[in-house]
Design a protein around this ligand. Structure first.
Ligand code: HEM
Length: 513
């Protein structure tokens, strides 16, 4: 009898276990597959939404997806799902929308990017897109902006100028002594930018040491490239890319920790951003979050554009000549002895010169950025009120919801920029002033409430890299990997979520002066 009772109890337990498991599984599935309502008066939903991922095309074919969805909406605005959560796409074709997106105080910057960008590392305890609380993250954003602002202040940059110049010289010397006479600027110039960025917002230990520099660059690239849709939208799902990303983040963390620990143990002080933050009493994880955040804010756009500008200039001889004349005239201004080599004379250009005396290179950079600023800007409505997209509030960004806008809506718009695919710096000259045709038509350096904090530094590094490249090398042409001349500009991926290396590799061929 006792045996029968025991068997019965065991069966009852198993049945309960099966039903219990089914119930848990059922709730999990229904939670994963359910979608919250769009929010009252959000723009109409567009695109197919997959379970878990939402509008997959937003991540894989972003620009194509936006163009197609926008074309089906009378206002150009629409909603889509990122993961299970609705995002409002605010069309950048409308001047009023651009003003709202970049100026509205209720649209949080960090709160939007943290959840939806995916290239940058997880910088918060609370990196959950589903979270209602953004308070911790907001505190971090404010500290980050304060710290990066301090690192990039004029006197700090000026004090660092000799080291930055020495870095550029060292890299150019290495290129000049290389036997090939060709270089892929998306590797070489990109790395030069990384070294300057590390020197300015990171630490001298890495900037001075090729092995540490290359190792940290590799980890940076792993983190940047493992922002897959799944890992962005569902950060806790253990997809392989997520594990790779976490491990790379951990290794980067340990590299910086070693430097911080050594400095703390030996009392060694250095004049760099890392030391500055240590002096402010920031804890190790905040310091590392700040440094890595600053690398992410600075490296991609600066590195890619510094390479592109050389490619574009080389493809347009009339601009190449203008830039070369400018570099020579700046050298004449600060170091008139023309018997000295140009690369030595450029060493005498003071900070004011690097800041103000390169309007032609500045135009070239402006135009490269217009063509290369892919992807979308992000915001989140951090208020508890809807933010109307039209005077009657027929369409709104509901409270707590994310908003997104593609810069290509206006940068790659033939109504604003004549023959928009062409690299043509003269479009900004006063007689054409295409970027002034409409308000808020150029966002290369951000606009409204969040202008780029790194603009001055980015222009400085760009002016230095272009000038020294021309001071070291002559007969610069575009080439394929075998050094054969090519007239064709490489294709770009307009669907890329960020500035990106071109689809086809390209080389610069040169003769050492
Ligand atoms: C060619 C190089 C660069 C380009 C094209 C660029 C572009 C931009 C743009 C378009 C924004 C505004 C984004 C938005 O409104 O959603 C922005 C913001 C920002 N940029 Fe840059 N940037 C460059 C270099 C840098 C560098 C070198 C740093 C720092 C090392 C930097 C740090 C920042 C920061 C911290 C913000 C956010 C400002 C805020 O929170 O208000 N940028 N940048």
């Amino acid at each position: 009898m006792a045996i029968y009772e025991a068997i019965e109890a065991d069966t009852r337990f198993k049945i309960a276990l099966v039903f219990g498991s089914l119930a848990i599984l059922g709730s999990l599935v229904s939670w994963l597959f359910s979608r919250p309502p769009l929010g009252k008066n959000a723009p109409q939903l567009a695109g197919h939404s997959y379970p878990l991922l939402g509008a997959l095309q937003f991540f894989t074919q972003r620009w194509d997806f936006i163009q197609a969805a926008s074309a089906h909406s009378s206002t150009g605005n629409f909603s889509f799902h990122a993961g299970k959560w609705p995002v409002v796409y605010v069309s950048g074709k409308s001047e009023a929308n651009r003003k709202l997106f970049f100026e509205n105080k209720g649209l949080g910057f960090g709160a939007g990017y943290r959840a939806l960008l995916g290239g940058s590392p997880d910088i918060q305890k609370d990196n959950n897109v589903l979270s209602g609380s953004v308070t911790d993250a907001d505190d971090f954003d404010q500290l980050f902006v304060r710290r990066i602002g301090a690192m990039l202040k004029g006197p700090q940059l000026k004090a660092n100028l000799p080291k930055l110049l020495a870095d550029v010289r060292r890299s150019m010397d290495a290129l000049a002594t290389g036997k090939e006479g060709i270089t892929n600027p998306f590797d070489s110039v990109y790395r030069m930018v990384y070294q300057l960025t590390m020197r300015t917002v990171g630490c001298n230990d890495f900037a001075d040491d090729d092995v540490l520099l290359d190792k940290s660059l590799h980890l940076f690239e792993v983190i940047e490239q493992t922002g897959t849709p799944l890992s962005i939208m569902w950060p806790w799902i253990p997809v392989p890319a997520r594990a790779k990303r976490l491990y790379a983040g951990f290794q980067l963390y340990m590299m910086f920790k070693k430097v911080v620990d050594e400095r703390a143990a030996t009392g060694k002080q250095d004049d760099d951003a890392l030391q500055f933050m240590m002096g402010q009493g920031d804890d190790l994880s905040t310091i590392i979050q700040n440094v890595v955040g600053a690398l992410f804010a600075g490296q991609l756009n600066s590195g890619i554009n510094a390479a592109w500008i050389l490619i574009y200039m080389t493809s347009k001889p009339e601009w190449f000549v203008k830039v070369r004349d400018e570099v020579e005239s700046v050298a004449n201004k600060y170091a008139p002895d023309s018997t000295e080599p140009l690369k030595e004379r450029l060493m005498k250009v003071p900070m004011e010169g690097w800041d103000h005396d390169f309007p032609v290179i500045d135009l070239c950079l402006r135009e490269s950025i217009r063509l290369q600023l892919f992807g979308t800007a992000f915001r989140r409505n951090v208020t508890n009120q809807p933010i109307p997209l039209d005077p009657e509030g027929k369409e709104v960004i509901p409270p707590g919801q994310y908003a997104s806008m593609s810069i290509s809506d206006f940068h790659h718009n033939n109504d604003i920029y004549n023959n928009e695919t062409e690299w043509d710096p003269s479009r900004y000259l006063p007689d054409r002033a295409e970027d002034k045709k409409e308000a808020y038509a150029y966002a290369g350096w951000g606009m409204g409430r969040h202008p780029c904090l790194g603009m001055r530094f980015a222009k400085l590094e760009n002016n230095m890299l272009v000038s020294f490249f021309l001071a070291y090398f002559d007969e610069i042409t575009l080439a394929d990997r075998n050094g054969n001349d090519t007239a064709t500009l490489p294709r770009v991926n307009r669907n890329s979520p960020t500035a990106a290396k071109p689809l086809d590799p390209i080389w610069l061929k040169y003769k050492v002066k």
